[in-house]
Design a protein around this ligand. Structure first.
Ligand code: SF4
Length: 427
């Protein structure tokens, strides 16, 4: 059977795709890149914003139109929160809620009576990473979250914290390393909570074991809530295989807003965490998320956020305009911010974020750093490669010779690229 896998939304959804593709391939099924070629199409949906839900619905309809004969399987947050609606959507054959998604390949094979044993033996540990053209793999280390931030629908959809064992994570990383993957990104809903449900385990011990028991050249973290980090966490970064960048979502620069959001970190604690990281790790890059127009956000609170972003020197700010999600506490909060004001604040923050990013990139100019090259394209007869520095700055380069740089780590000197925003030039 040919299976097509597609994900929308977060990196966790992407990481799950990798796991499912391993499950299908281990049973002898093939992963195909085009939906019209597939016998089974699986969509991992997202519901983090209203727009993400709408996009999930649109994609579902499109996948059905492209291949009405295929079995259509839907999982993920949107499929879990709107299970009945999704199950009744034209063409949908099976809905797998988040609580059962770890067994998705098995459920699909069982429901559609597909063979669960390999027809053709696959190499042990072979997976779809290179089939899908990836040089960086997302490793799901845990799922779920014990917190209830008032805007967050993901935590409602994903349930309590569940961690994978350290041994199974190490095994997956070793398989990926053997296949030539150069970089892994440790992913989860609440990464800082890793190990809380296991005996004798923590994020600290997991990272220590990955460093000791694997040879993966680069290790990153995806988004990590800025609390619950182990005491001596930043000391781990003295090993240069741990990349000096973290995405720490603060969400607002006003403590009163953070309180209404039920966040577990206030601005002073966040600043202290960032100072700690920057003083112990050279070139440490901090990026963040900000929600604009949370219910009741006053002009004063907004100015506090602007000042906070100005002071923090973020390498990148991911800006979300707040929109209420049914099922969250924030949806019922008083004094919603009017759309026009949200738009105005978002524009102001975009400008500020751009200046902050430019200033950060300017600080990188002149440094000589190793870059993992990922993709190439042709421009005016020249091959242009894109890659990332250890501290996650995007770099482009055009080699003088005909060397294939894809999936290679080479050292370049950085200068500012003017033609494309937010990009450095490697020479
Ligand atoms: S900590 Fe993160 S995942 Fe958990 S409730 Fe808050 S925003 Fe959602």
């Amino acid at each position: 059977m040919k299976v097509h896998l597609k994900a929308l939304g977060c990196r966790l959804n992407e990481a799950e795709l990798e796991q499912w593709s391993q499950g299908f391939r281990a049973a002898g099924h093939a992963i195909v890149t085009a939906a019209p070629d597939a016998d089974v199409v699986v969509l991992n949906t997202c519901a983090v914003t209203q727009e993400a839900s709408a996009k999930s619905r649109r994609l579902l309809n499109r996948l059905y139109r492209e291949n009405p004969a295929a079995k259509l399987v839907v999982s993920g947050c949107y499929a879990t929160l709107q299970a009945t609606e999704v199950a009744n959507t034209l063409g949908v054959d099976l809905v797998v809620p988040n609580t059962e998604k770890d067994q998705l390949p098995y459920k699909v094979m069982e429901t559609f009576a597909l063979p669960v044993m390999p027809e053709i033996a696959t190499e042990p540990g072979e997976n779809s990473l290179f089939v899908r053209g990836r040089h960086r793999a997302f490793i799901k280390i845990q799922d779920g979250c014990r917190y209830r931030c008032t805007f967050c629908i993901v935590t409602v959809a994903r349930g309590e914290e569940r961690s994978r064992t350290e041994a199974s994570i190490i095994e997956e990383i070793n398989q990926l390393t053997e296949q030539g993957v150069q970089e892994i990104v440790l992913t989860g809903v609440h990464v800082g909570g890793y190990g809380s449900d296991l005996a004798d385990s923590s994020l600290h011990s997991l990272v220590q074991r990955i460093l000791a028991e694997t040879d993966i050249p680069r290790i990153r973290f995806a988004s990590v809530e800025p609390w619950d980090l182990p005491e001596d966490f930043f000391a781990l970064f003295s090993n240069s295989r741990l990349m000096p960048h973290m995405h720490l979502p603060i969400q607002s620069g006003a403590d009163s807003v953070l309180r209404r959001m039920a966040r577990r970190c206030k601005t002073t604690e966040f600043s202290q965490l960032v100072s700690q990281a920057r003083s112990s790790i050279p070139g440490f890059n901090v990026t963040t998320d900000i929600i604009v127009g949370f219910p009741g956000e006053t002009e004063e609170e907004w100015r506090e956020t602007v000042n906070f972003v100005e002071q923090m020197g973020f390498g990148h700010v991911h800006i979300f305009t707040y929109s209420p999600r049914a099922g969250t506490k924030a949806a019922g909060l008083a004094n919603p911010v009017i759309e026009a004001l949200k738009k105005q604040r978002s524009q102001e923050l975009h400008q500020l974020a751009e200046c902050s990013q430019q200033a950060w990139l300017q600080q990188q100019v002149g440094k000589t750093v190793p870059v993992l090259w990922e993709r190439s394209r042709e421009q005016d007869g020249q091959l242009i490669y894109t890659g990332y520095t250890p501290n996650y700055c995007k770099v482009i380069t055009s080699p003088h010779d005909a060397r294939d740089l894809e999936n290679q780590i080479t050292t370049v000197r950085l200068s500012l690229a003017s033609q494309e925003e937010g990009v450095l030039l490697g020479v």
